[in-house]
Design a protein around this ligand. Structure first.
Ligand SMILES: C[S@@+](CC[C@H](N)C(=O)[O-])C[C@H]1O[C@@H](n2cnc3c(N)ncnc32)[C@H](O)[C@@H]1O
Length: 269
C-alpha cells in the first residue's frame, strides 16, 4: 500500500499553485463554511497542498485564531511556505500523513480537507484521525470531485491524456474521481461522527484559452512527467484536442466556461 496518492515533484507544486487555483477557487468557501469556521477557531487543513484553503481560513479565523496546514508532500509545503500569509494571521505548515496526525486528541475546533480524502490509502484511518483531533462539537468538512461523468474539462482531459500518454500512464488520473458520498459518509459514521450530510456543488469556472492552459494544467498533476516526455507535436495535439472537445464551452473571448462538480461531506464530533 502506498503512503499517499497525488504525489508530485519538481516544478509541479509551483505549477499547481499557478494553474490549479482557478479550478479550486469556487469551492474553497464551501469547505470552510461546511466546517463552520469562524473568528478565533483553531483549524486543521488536512492535505493542504500549496495552502489554497489554509490561507483563506487564516483570513476567516483572524488574529485570535490559528491554522495548521498539513501535507505529506514536501514540495507542496515548500510552495505553501513561500507564499504570503494574510496580514496578522498565523499558519503553521506540517509535513505528516493524514493517517497519523501528530496532534493531541481534541486539539482543533474545526477540520477541513479539500480534494485530499480520495487519495488517502486508508480512508477509515484518516477519518478516525480527523475525528480524534477534533474537539467535542467541532465540525469536519471534506470535499472530493464528483464522478468523471459529471465533469467537463476533467473528462476531456482524461480522454485526451489516455490517447496521448496511454491507458497505463494515465491511470492515476482516475483516483481523483473514485470516492462516493456514501463511502465518505460511512467512514465518518465508523469514526463515531454524527450529523453527517453530503451536498453536490457545481460551479462554472472560466478557464484561460486551452492553448497553452491545457498543457500548463497537466504540468500540475502526477502524470506530468509522462506528458513532458512526449514530443512537441504530441503535446500540441493534446492541446488542440482539448480545444475541440470543449468547443461547446468556448466564450467569444476565447475562454472556456466549464462546470466542475464536487461533493462536500460534513460531520460533527
Ligand atoms: C489535489 S491535492 C489538494 C491540495 C489542496 N487541499 C488544495 O485544495 O489544493 C491532494 C493533496 O493530498 C496530499 N496527500 C495525499 N495523500 C496524503 C496523505 N496520506 N497525508 C497527507 N496528505 C496527503 C497530496 O500530497 C496533495 O498535496
Amino acid at each position: 500500500m502506498t503512503a499517499a496518492g497525488f504525489q508530485v515533484s519538481g516544478s509541479a507544486p509551483r505549477n499547481y499553485q499557478q494553474f490549479n487555483a482557478v479550478i479550486m477557487a469556487p469551492f474553497v468557501e464551501a469547505v470552510i463554511a461546511g466546517a463552520g469556521v469562524g473568528a478565533g477557531d483553531e483549524v486543521l487543513d488536512v492535505a493542504c497542498g500549496t495552502g489554497l484553503v489554509a490561507r483563506r481560513v487564516a483570513e476567516v479565523v483572524g488574529e485570535s485564531g490559528s491554522v495548521v496546514g498539513l501535507d505529506v508532500n514536501p514540495g507542496m509545503l515548500a510552495t505553501a511556505r513561500s507564499l504570503d500569509v494574510p496580514s496578522g494571521a498565523t499558519i503553521a505548515w506540517s509535513e505528516a500523513s493524514a493517517l497519523d496526525l501528530p496532534y493531541a486528541d481534541g486539539r482543533f475546533s474545526a477540520v477541513v480537507c479539500q480534494q485530499g480524502v480520495q487519495f488517502f490509502p486508508d480512508l477509515g484511518q484518516a477519518a478516525a484521525e480527523m475525528a480524534r483531533v477534533a474537539a467535542p462539537g467541532a465540525r469536519i468538512a471534506v470535499s472530493f470531485w464528483a464522478t468523471l461523468d459529471d465533469q467537463t474539462y476533467m473528462r476531456a482531459q482524461a480522454d485526451g491524456l489516455r490517447a496521448a500518454i496511454g491507458e497505463e500512464a494515465a491511470a492515476p488520473l482516475a483516483g481523483a474521481f473514485r470516492l462516493s458520498p456514501e463511502t465518505m459518509s460511512a467512514a465518518f459514521v465508523a469514526a463515531g461522527l454524527r450529523d453527517i450530510s453530503a451536498e453536490e456543488l457545481t460551479s462554472t469556472v472560466s478557464l484561460p484559452p486551452m492553448d497553452p492552459y491545457a498543457a500548463q494544467q497537466v504540468s500540475t498533476l502526477p502524470v506530468a512527467p509522462a506528458f513532458a516526455a512526449l514530443t512537441d507535436a504530441q503535446r500540441q495535439a493534446y492541446v488542440d484536442g482539448m480545444g475541440l472537445a470543449l468547443a461547446g464551452y468556448r466564450t467569444p473571448e476565447g475562454r472556456y466556461d466549464c462546470p466542475f462538480a464536487t461533493w462536500v461531506v460534513t460531520a460533527r464530533k
